[in-house]
Design a protein around this ligand. Structure first.
Ligand SMILES: [Mg+2]
Length: 277
């Protein structure tokens, strides 16, 4: 879960880094230079961190009880949303936050995948992790692709945390979620020019493939963020399984704390102590 926060913060400064010369709006983010500084002074936390922490707090408070978890997630999304109104939420999520009815809106945006990693730590079995993923995702991203994407990130993170090998985890993901029939090298040059990079189907397979090709925690995040596109969210979605598999290096964990606010740090600490991380 801390891995997702590191990935978000590393990717934050590259989002929307494409600025056409004519000054027009550009939805793409160009890939950062190879060998970019990992945690620079320009980095910051975004909605990916805020909503990851909100879900962790909901899991802490409810113990993952299916009867109360979804409602608490909605309440905490609203609380955190008003505490951090400019964290960079997607347009539709922002509308949902400000709509008193707050009904799920069939989203398949990659918001489903970037915020869900706490479920992998709050569960004792894969089935339980997937159930928690469904409960926290269905409040907004109830499109089948949204639910599937969140499950894929949760499952990869859970199995990594269980000490499964990358080969075993990859096989499970290919059999149940995405074919992963490409390498990061093959898509490196053109990925960022594509469309719909903020959807689950066009970003979660890429983030997971970066994890499977990585050699350590940092290289996983570099491979995903280095694709460009929705860089902070790619970072969060690769950072979750990478943190579970390799562990977040102490130095990185200490440094990333300096980007967070006191209440975010407190909620993370509460989650870690209630689930003995
Ligand atoms: Mg973001």
């Amino acid at each position: 879960m801390l891995g997702a926060i590191v990935g978000d913060i590393v990717g934050s400064r590259f989002e929307f880094s494409c600025q056409p010369e004519d000054g027009s709006y550009c939805e793409f983010t160009m890939p950062p230079e190879t060998g970019f500084e990992f945690l620079s002074s320009d980095c910051f936390f975004t909605d990916d961190t805020v909503l990851t922490v909100a879900i962790c707090q909901a899991l802490t408070e409810t113990g993952g009880n299916p009867a109360s978890l979804p409602r608490r997630v909605v309440e905490l999304f609203c609380e955190y949303g008003s505490r951090y109104p400019l964290a960079g939420y997607g347009t539709r999520f922002d509308e949902w936050l400000h709509n008193p009815h707050r009904k799920p809106y069939m989203s398949h945006g990659n918001g489903a995948g970037m915020r869900v990693s706490g479920c992998a730590y709050a569960a004792e079995t894969l089935e339980e992790a997937l159930l928690l993923s469904d409960l926290v995702t269905g409040v907004t991203h109830n499109h089948p692709e949204g639910m599937l994407g969140a499950r894929a990130v949760t499952a990869t993170t859970f199995l990594a945390r269980q000490g499964k090998s990358k080969e075993e985890i990859r096989r499970y993901i290919v059999e149940n979620f995405y074919p992963l029939d490409f390498t990061i090298g093959e898509i490196q040059n053109d990925y960022w020019k594509g469309r719909g990079l903020g959807t689950c189907g066009n970003s979660i397979p890429q983030a997971l493939q970066a994890f499977f090709e990585s050699t350590d925690f940092e290289s996983a995040i570099r491979l995903a963020v280095g694709l460009g596109g929705d860089t902070d969210t790619l970072g969060a979605m690769v950072g979750a399984p990478a943190g579970a598999y390799y562990g977040v290096p102490d130095e990185t964990a200490e440094k990333v704390e300096t980007y967070l606010t006191e209440d975010l740090r407190k909620a993370i600490a509460g989650f870690e102590s209630s689930f003995s991380l």
